[in-house]
Design a protein around this ligand. Structure first.
Ligand code: ATP
Ligand code: MG
Length: 441
């Protein structure tokens, strides 16, 4: 992409309405634009990040055996009356009437609809287990939408739903999602600590929230510092191996970690030596629940068991805040100059800076490199604007692409470009003809 042809409305100054750094930076970079309280348009740069996060979530869900579907945002109220949640949900649910005066709602979550889809499609225990998920916009009329995409009213969520014959089988489905969450967040450069959680309006027995640590998080957290020493990303897992999956869950739940709602100071002091106690704030990026037959019973999602009897299925639901993660990653990874994208979610991998637009040789060298990188499938943003070098450096640092390649007449004489690592700030001189091989991996 050529910056001269891009739509990236950069703000020079910090927007007054933004209280936290991720919100400020997303507005300054032109990633999003607010349309109403808690509702945003995603502009090209922001949308690229959202899509990358979404794709990582999708790949890890698929790997764990979940199947992607897509349910509508607008749901009929009748299903929710059956579960009793139409009245129970409160003002956060946006209720709508269609032209025939039928009650509809903008889905805040999808337990009812997916349970009904499952009910129609599966009759026998032989077709179990199943896990269905979608990545879809939700609406919750939050009391206090704030912090940009972190607490929106309309937001993108991945929500998965598992269906099993027995409690034990359901536990394995729950554990698989637990492990896939560790993998998912690790791929984005995050350590999202699983913490035992309350089940809230979803209801149920077992629940964990996944939180990333950040000063601006809305939850107070208490944890054992040895969480940092665990293997978050490189462990291999066979999702069909019940014991192996359970073992990972055991490892990650054996250490103390709790939000203030579940925190038990006496237990904390007993289990964690004083020098390992970390108290701070966290952002909830995922939440998993096991709720048994809470929805299958009222909605009649029964299957025929091996003994011929019809039994309601055992279910869980598993959410990831896809749009919240965009802000969450920025909270976890930035400096005074701007965002520092972890490579897997970066909107572009390389920012190519032409230091002297109009100089025939520099233009030609940049063009050639730009085209070669594009041809090899490397995401590159080429700053081909006729601007001061300082402004170009500032913009590249602000939008936080992992690598900057800087080409100007001086280095070009020797066939050299400067490569800057945004995260470490390290700069090195690299032969221009080696750059394609270096980035096209
Ligand atoms: P919170 O406690 O932050 O209000 P929740 O517990 O109500 O969230 P869940 O029902 O667990 O939310 O939803 C699953 C995930 O969706 C959450 O872990 C979070 O990452 C994301 N999420 C929930 N509400 C919002 C929101 N208003 N804006 C952005 N993301 C959200
Ligand atoms: Mg939650």
């Amino acid at each position: 992409m050529r910056l001269s042809q891009y739509f990236m409305p950069i703000l020079r100054d910090d927007p007054k309405e933004a209280e936290i750094v991720s919100h400020k930076l997303m507005l300054r970079c032109g990633m999003i634009r607010q349309e109403a309280a808690g509702s945003y348009s995603w502009l090209p740069l922001g949308l690229r990040v959202l899509r990358k996060i979404e794709q990582i979530v999708r790949e890890e869900q698929n790997r764990a055996g979940a199947l992607e579907v897509l349910m509508p945002t607008i749901q009929p109220a009748d299903l929710w009356r059956k579960s009793g949640r139409y009245d129970a949900y409160g003002k956060e649910m946006l209720r709508i009437k269609d032209r025939h005066d039928r009650d509809m709602l903008y889905g805040p979550t999808n337990e009812e609809m997916i349970t009904d889809i499952f009910r129609q499609g599966v009759q026998s225990y032989k077709e179990l287990p199943r896990n269905l998920y979608h990545i879809q916009w939700k609406f919750r009329d939050e009391v206090r939408p704030r912090f940009g995409v972190m607490r929106g009213r309309e937001f993108l969520m991945k929500d998965a739903y598992s269906f099993d014959l027995t409690r034990e089988a359901g536990q394995h489905s729950y554990n698989k999602m637990f492990v896939s969450y560790l993998k998912t967040f690790a791929r984005m450069g995050l350590k999202a600590v699983p913490m035992r959680a309350e089940t809230g309006p979803i209801g149920g027995k077992d629940s964990h929230e996944f939180l990333i640590l950040a000063d601006t998080g809305e939850s107070e957290v208490f944890l054992d510092s040895t969480f940092h020493d665990m293997d978050w990303s490189t462990f291999e897992i066979d999702y069909d191996n019940v014991d192996a999956v359970a073992k990972v869950v055991d490892e990650f739940t054996s250490k103390y970690a709790a939000t203030s709602e579940m925190h038990d100071q006496a237990d904390y002091e007993k289990r964690v030596p004083a020098d390992r106690r970390v108290t701070g704030r966290g952002i909830e990026v995922g939440h998993i629940f096991f709720f048994g037959t809470k929805y299958s019973e009222p909605l009649g999602a029964v299957v025929q068991g091996p003994d011929g009897k019809m039994v309601p299925v055992q279910s869980g639901s598993y959410g990831i805040g896809v749009s919240r993660l965009v802000g969450g990653i920025i909270e976890a990874s930035h400096d005074e100059a701007g965002i520092i994208w972890p490579e897997p979610v970066a909107p572009f991998k390389v920012g190519l800076i032409n230091l002297k637009v109009g100089d025939a040789d520099t233009d030609a060298a940049c063009e050639k490199l730009y085209k070669a990188l594009e041809t090899r499938g490397v995401d590159v943003l080429y700053d081909d604007r006729d601007e001061r070098a300082g402004a170009k450096f500032g913009t590249m640092d602000l939008i936080g692409l992992p690598w900057q390649v800087i080409i100007g007449p001086r280095g070009l004489k020797d066939g050299i470009a400067e490569v800057k690592n945004r995260k470490t700030g390290e700069r090195e001189n690299v032969a221009i003809d080696q750059l394609v091989a270096r980035f096209a991996t």
